[in-house]
Design a protein around this ligand. Structure first.
Ligand SMILES: CC(C)(COP(=O)(O)OP(=O)(O)OC[C@H]1O[C@@H](n2cnc3c(N)ncnc32)[C@H](O)[C@@H]1OP(=O)(O)O)[C@@H](O)C(=O)NCCC(=O)NCCS
Length: 142
């Protein structure tokens, strides 16, 4: 499937949010539009989109680094287009984005309810890392 991967522009926001919702990636405590804008505004983060031949946004990845490791979020492939390499291309585009910035390791979190996606990442060279992830809300959303 021909796919054009590019950095998202503000006009992409509704299509990207729609894709994230269709892919079940929007948690109740996340505002996806705010996430999109925050990543686009950051100096060390971006949202990459994959556009199909018809100009529809069929894939996405939010990528960024914290000055040490690279992180991927919102890896998505449109439900109607799965199994055609979109997910793989989005992950590879994020890896390239990180590589260009000197980041040597990419990491991501998989929700415990979404473990079936682990084999997708393993196909792409990721390994499960035995770590305990701890989190704290600094400003808890309503
Ligand atoms: C995970 C997701 C992005 C995969 O997208 P996709 O476009 O179908 O993936 P691809 O076609 O690029 O698949 C790449 C490889 O992974 C494999 N693969 C894809 N989904 C898989 C799955 N659920 N389990 C195991 N392998 C999988 C494919 O067979 C393919 O292998 P191949 O290169 O040997 O053919 C897509 O299913 C999705 O958007 N899911 C919902 C959102 C989500 O859970 N995102 C991850 C959050 S951590």
């Amino acid at each position: 499937m021909p796919l054009t991967i590019r950095s998202a522009v503000p006009e992409d926001e509704p299509g990207v949010v729609e894709l994230w919702r269709a892919c079940g990636l929007v948690a109740s405590y996340n505002d996806p539009a705010a996430d999109f804008r925050f990543a686009k505004a950051g100096a060390c983060s971006d949202v990459l989109v994959g556009e199909d031949e018809a100009g529809r946004i069929s894939g996405s990845v939010m990528v960024g680094h914290d000055g040490h490791r690279g992180w991927l979020y919102y890896v998505a492939s449109a439900p109607h287009a799965r199994g055609n390499g979109i997910g793989r291309h989005m992950v590879q585009a994020a890896e390239e984005w990180l590589r260009q910035r000197g980041v040597v390791k990419a990491q991501l979190l998989v929700r415990e309810t979404n473990t079936k996606v682990v084999s997708f990442y393993e196909q792409l060279g990721f390994e499960v890392a035995p770590r305990v992830v701890m989190g704290k809300w600094l400003d808890k959303p309503e």
